[in-house]
Design a protein around this ligand. Structure first.
Ligand SMILES: [Zn+2]
Length: 371
């Protein structure tokens, strides 16, 4: 999160935009990073519309001069903050975010304060002693990377967005297929053929426009390290991917960077969930280091849950059960409450309606060098 130097108040922006008869050198470039329909409903005069998800691709064309003084804004702040961070990374060192945002600019903040709207939205969870005002703030400051926007990623994304997680990164390389829809409840019939990241972004913003949604490509060796390092690193990874290669990749990266990771997988009527806590993440919570994914599923072994949904089939509601458990693990990690499934693989048998806990210890050569 940027400091006060990266923000500009509504009053300061009004002053900058006031007509003057002297030089106009201080007039900033205004970028509205909200969705096109929000822009169409009203925007600050002179602003250009570049929705957050397209910012990286379009800003170079729209604002070729990186030394420009750029002001980005959204409705209430989180998307503008994400945009400001992205712009600074792209070399726009003078980019600032309008705080709070358009609702304050056009006066609607006076009629319906953001704080009271948020208070209503989160009232039933904020009343929980484990959440409260402080917990809601932790959720707002959380940056969670969600890899895989399928059967598991769908409930995870919806519950994290609904709970008010401030920043959600979305990674998936696939397009929505009609055969996905019996289990991938983020997507709709009307969005078949669209990129899953775009479809998921639409669903998340429809549910909670306060979430800053960042769209990424599929996870690869070349990008996962970037996502987990630096000032804009994600502080938690939720792995809802459907293949072993990605699971090893994410687990390895999480353990390299000390980032906690929630893993889930489904197969027919069965599923599994566990939370991986590398040393740094475990130490922050006063917990023992957990095994990594390689400890639980050695690469050579038949991992059991490896055949894809296309080959083996899967019950949609099974994804809902496991994905919801993954969402609960992620929220507990952010809030720092309860006991997470660290060192425990929770196994669900949907036909028998039973859960079984399996203890797993670090055992792979990386986690136990002498092994
Ligand atoms: Zn290991």
């Amino acid at each position: 999160m940027g400091g006060s130097l990266s923000r500009i108040t509504v009053e300061a922006l009004r002053w900058l935009l006031e007509p003057r008869d002297t030089s106009d050198a201080r007039v900033p470039v205004l970028i509205d990073v909200r969705e096109p329909h929000e822009f169409a409903a009203g925007h600050i005069r002179g602003a250009i519309s570049i929705p957050l998800s397209t910012l990286q691709d379009r800003v170079g064309r729209e604002v070729p001069e990186t030394r420009s003084h750029v002001v980005v804004y959204c409705s209430v702040g989180p998307r503008a903050e994400a945009a400001q961070e992205a712009l600074v990374r792209l070399g726009y060192k003078r980019a600032v975010a309008l705080s709070p945002g358009y609702v304050a600019w056009n006066g609607s903040l006076e009629r319906a304060p953001e704080s009271s709207l948020s208070a209503q939205r989160y009232a039933r969870q904020r009343v929980l002693p484990e959440v409260g005002e402080a917990g809601q703030e932790k959720l707002r400051n959380a940056r969670i990377l969600l890899v895989g926007l399928g059967g598991l990623g769908s409930p995870v994304a919806l519950y994290l967005a609904a709970a008010g997680v401030g920043t959600l990164g979305l990674s998936d390389g696939d397009e929505v297929d009609l055969s996905n829809l019996h289990r991938q409840v983020l997507h709709t019939t009307g969005r078949v053929g669209r990129k899953k990241t775009d479809s998921a972004r639409r669903a998340i913003l429809d549910l909670n426009p306060e979430v800053a949604v960042l769209v990424h490509d599929a996870a690869r060796e070349s990008n996962v390290d970037l996502w987990l390092t630096g000032s804009t690193a994600y502080d938690l990874v939720v792995d809802g991917s459907d293949n072993l290669r990605t699971r090893y990749l994410l687990s390895d990266a999480a353990f390299r960077h000390g980032t906690p990771l929630v893993h889930g997988a489904v197969h027919r009527f069965e599923g599994q969930v566990t939370t991986l806590l590398p040393a740094a993440a475990a130490a922050r919570r006063g917990l023992p280091v957990s095994p990594c994914y390689r400890c639980i599923f050695p690469e050579s072994a038949d991992a059991g849950l490896s055949p894809s949904c296309a080959d083996a089939g899967v019950m949609g509601a099974t994804c809902g059960v496991i994905g919801s458990l993954m969402g609960a693990e992620a929220l507990k990690l952010v809030l720092g409450v309860g006991t997470v499934l660290s060192g425990t693989l929770l196994l669900y048998d949907g036909l028998a309606s039973t859960f079984r806990r399996m203890q797993v210890d670090p055992s792979c050569p990386r986690c136990v060098p002498s092994a």
